[in-house]
Design a protein around this ligand. Structure first.
Ligand code: DGY
Length: 328
């Protein structure tokens, strides 16, 4: 027999959400929303989680075992506003039989668009160009200044061929790139050929073949530190590295060292291991484009992420399995 669930669950939200999402939540739930948009302290999160049916965190909240331990018996669902759930201790939630949901699909295209923007900005040196213009050092067109690298005909290596990896593959193909990918599972024949993509079972064998490498795998114990100094050294000195997935997948100190020493051509980074802290060693480099984790930041995408959070909460409160439940 399924347990009775509150028709107007008490929902605690850690960050400001788009107005349209907050308005709908007020209509549907007994919701505790924030006045100001800032990351909550651990004490504030623990206090919030202690007295709600549903907890709505975002990627900027570290929901570890201690925070989950402060949940009261009342907590029945963690409905994450975002697709990545690496900031939530899933095992601790599972041990307390608290399901976790996320918002897959609706930020795929926005993140893939941002990946291409970051890739192009980096290989075509847009930051250097814009800076020279704004600083007044641009003295007109010249045949030799601000040359970057053409991407047409170059090999793009994609690490992680899930939704976002595939959306990047489709875009890269339209730009004339040859797509290579490493994924635990090979794509079905028809899908692989639609992207004209070459599968590499062994990541290390793919690395010497690429001109640009773009990371799209989730952060898990297996991918944490995947790109350490040794693996970075398998990339050629002409290679650009793009990361719109999670900062922890790359050893940032090793990356900064490789970039400074010219062992890599450049990097475009939208994510960092200890956000919002960005290592000074990366900030001091000219061959790096740095963005503040804005891959999914469109009005449309953020509204749809809010819609998904609401759908998941409503499904749960109606006694159903939420459509985007991450674990059993
Ligand atoms: C996610 O959803 O995991 C992104 O990193 C934030 O939009």
């Amino acid at each position: 027999m399924s347990e009775a669930r509150p028709a107007r669950p008490k929902v605690f939200v850690t960050r400001r959400l788009p107005d349209v999402t907050e308005t709908r939540m007020r209509e549907l739930f007994d919701v505790d929303l924030r006045d100001a948009d800032r990351a909550l302290s651990r004490a504030e999160m623990s206090a919030g989680i202690a007295d709600c049916d549903v907890f709505v965190p975002t990627v900027s909240d570290e929901i570890d075992a201690d925070v989950i331990a402060s949940a009261g018996n009342r907590l029945k669902l963690i409905a994450n506003f975002g697709v990545g759930v690496d900031h939530i201790d899933l095992r601790a939630a599972h041990e307390r039989s608290i399901p976790v949901t996320n918002t897959p699909g609706v930020l795929t295209d926005d993140t893939a668009d941002m990946t291409m923007a970051l890739l192009l900005a980096t290989v075509r040196r847009m930051r250097a160009g814009e800076t020279s213009l704004r600083e007044g050092s641009w003295d007109g067109w010249s045949p030799t200044s601000l040359r970057g690298t053409r991407i047409g005909g170059k090999a793009l290596g994609i690490v992680g061929m899930g939704r976002i990896g595939r959306a990047v593959a489709a875009r890269a193909r339209a730009f004339g790139m040859d797509v290579h990918y490493h994924n635990r599972r090979r794509l079905p024949d028809g899908v692989e050929s639609a992207y004209g993509a070459t599968w590499w079972d062994d990541l290390d064998s793919m690395l010497p073949e690429v001109d640009v490498l773009s990371i799209h795998c989730p952060l898990t114990p297996d991918t944490d530190g995947l790109f350490d100094a040794k693996r970075l050294s398998k990339l050629g000195s002409h290679v650009y590295l793009i990361n719109t997935a999670r900062g922890e997948i790359i050893d940032e100190a090793a990356l900064a060292e490789a970039l400074a020493a010219g062992r890599l051509a450049g990097a475009g980074l939208d994510v960092f291991a200890d956000e919002p802290r960005v290592p000074e060693a990366l900030k001091s480099l000219d061959n790096v484009t740095l963005l503040p984790h804005m891959g999914s930041a469109t009005f449309e995408g953020r509204r749809q992420m809010g819609d998904k959070v609401i759908t998941n909460i409503r499904a749960w409160s109606d006694g159903h399995r939420p459509p985007d439940q991450v674990l059993e």
